[in-house]
Write a protein that binds this ligand. Structure first.
Ligand code: GLN
Length: 476
């Protein structure tokens, strides 16, 4: 169910919101083995639903009344837990709301629960959660992608109408692609990061995960905007994103970066993307090949820079200020060491070690500084490409959802699965994944649309057009 239709139904009194919320709670209960949620407050949801019904009745309801929203558990909701998928924050309760949450609540969105995720948003399969892995709702033997795996599963399995995710290197777009839903990572600075637990602060962005492009536009409209509590949020005007969906793609110049179609791309995904491009071309878009020559250095630069930032950001979890503290410690140092050793999982520890290493005095120039230089080159590549075209089309992932445990023993293979998503974060650009087909196992395939800085309107317009013109059928 998408929000746009639900809102109409509610306005026409075809159903009550309370009834609808009950249906969602039912789905959550029936799908508990998917492990999509870390926390659901059933009673609070029903009370809130009744309140919203009243507001709908007396005409005081906000723009998002009728929306059942799931929120990734790395965003702060006042008086509620924020675990970040980690033991170290297992019992942490937030004293404040994230800005995005505050804006959504002000428009009467109903938050049904907090979703499972890779610990501290580090992962591509949702197998790194302290609360256990999430299963892909399409095929339970496969991963839903990560790190917003719980959010994408919740939307795909109709446990929520929409969800919030966060994307540092693909964590909204990759699981959206694996689960067959829409996932939008806004331009860096478009949405306030206040209240989003930091992983890599110069990369992280909050974004919507939805069933339709229209719903993504509406959500972005609400959560976007400058926030004085986040100095990296941009003081730019927020367009009416939903108005951009005018179905007009004639004359648009759409670039295909040739590096994203080289070897390593699954042949069925290639075919599906080519089919998608054909539809755009048949409807008057001009398709041209472009080059992003530094693409091959993206993964290395991303994993150097994000681990460096993470090693610094995660130093605050020391057992002293908040979160997990080891018991029976012998000294202050013992408390730090044991709290962190016992509180963090293996992938998080690996990243802290990597990040500390690339920042250490003998290696800073060779790794961290080089990484920053490559970041600039990648940004410049996109700027050059955008001189020729309005947006770019690429696959979101090199493969469809892989099997559980397939890559857990091989971190490098896991990192390489982010090859098409990380450059967008290195350059701070907006990117969206939307379903464009299925492979022979009936697994969803996602197409990625990348826009110019602050041009989410363009990617939403193209995405909406594709959604309406791609006849999506499963192969079975
Ligand atoms: N898979 C990437 C990583 O593990 C992306 C994570 C994210 O976007 N939060 O770092």
């Amino acid at each position: 169910m998408n929000f746009k239709n639900v809102r109409l139904k509610l306005e026409n009194k075809e159903t009550s919101f309370e009834n609808l919320v009950k249906q969602y709670l039912d789905k959550i209960e029936k799908g508990v083995q998917l492990n999509a949620f870390i926390f659901v407050d059933k009673e609070a949801a029903l009370i809130k639903a009744a309140e919203i019904d009243k507001k709908l009745e007396n005409g005081t309801a906000g723009k998002l009344a009728g929306l059942v929203l799931a929120v990734k558990d790395n965003m702060a909701i006042k008086d509620s837990q924020v675990t970040c998928g980690s033991k170290i924050l297992e019992n942490f309760v937030s004293p404040y709301n994230a800005t995005a949450i505050e804006k959504l609540l002000a428009e009467d969105a109903l938050i049904i629960g907090k979703t499972n995720m890779d610990e501290f948003a580090m992962g591509s399969s949702n197998e790194n959660s302290y609360f256990g892995p999430v299963k892909n709702p399409v095929d339970n033997s496969r991963v839903p992608g990560g790190s917003s795996g719980g959010s994408c599963t919740a939307v795909a399995a109709e446990m929520a109408m929409a969800a919030l995710g966060s994307d540092t290197g693909g964590s909204i777009r990759q699981p959206a692609s694996f689960c067959g839903v829409v996932g939008l990572k806004p331009t860096y600075g478009r949405v306030s990061r206040y209240g989003l637990v930091a992983f890599a602060s110069s990369f992280d962005q909050i974004g919507p995960i939805t069933n339709t492009v229209y719903d993504a536009a509406i959500l972005l409209e609400v959560i976007a905007g400058h926030d004085k509590r986040d100095s990296t949020s941009a003081p730019v005007t927020v367009p009416k994103f939903s108005k951009a969906l005018d179905g007009n793609i004639k004359g648009l110049k759409i670039g295909l970066p040739k590096e994203y179609f080289s070897e390593g791309l699954d042949s069925e995904i290639r075919e599906s993307i080519e089919n998608t491009i054909k539809i755009l071309e048949e409807n008057g878009a001009e398709i041209l090949e472009v080059s992003l020559p530094n693409t091959e250095y993206g993964i290395a630069a991303y994993y150097i820079l994000t681990t460096a930032e993470a090693s610094s950001n995660l130093s605050r979890y020391d057992g002293a200020r908040y979160g997990y503290r080891a018991e029976n410690v012998e000294s202050l140092e013992d408390m730090y060491v044991r709290s962190r050793s016992e509180g963090f999982g293996n992938e998080v520890k690996r990243r802290i070690m990597l990040g500390t290493y690339v920042l250490s005095s003998g290696y800073y120039d060779a790794y961290y500084r080089k990484g920053q230089q490559v970041r600039t080159l990648i940004k410049n590549d996109f700027e050059e490409a955008f001189k020729q075209c309005d947006c770019l089309i690429t696959p979101t992932t090199p493969s469809t959802a892989f099997k559980m445990d397939e890559k857990t023993d091989d971190p490098l293979a896991m990192y390489l699965s982010d090859v098409y998503t990380v450059s967008v974060n290195l350059a701070g650009l907006p990117g969206m994944s939307l379903p464009c087909g299925f492979d022979s196992n009936n697994l969803p395939i996602g197409v990625q649309i990348i826009g110019k800085q602050f041009d989410e309107e363009m990617i939403l317009r193209v995405g909406d057009f594709l959604e309406k013109n791609l006849a999506l059928k499963t192969t079975g």
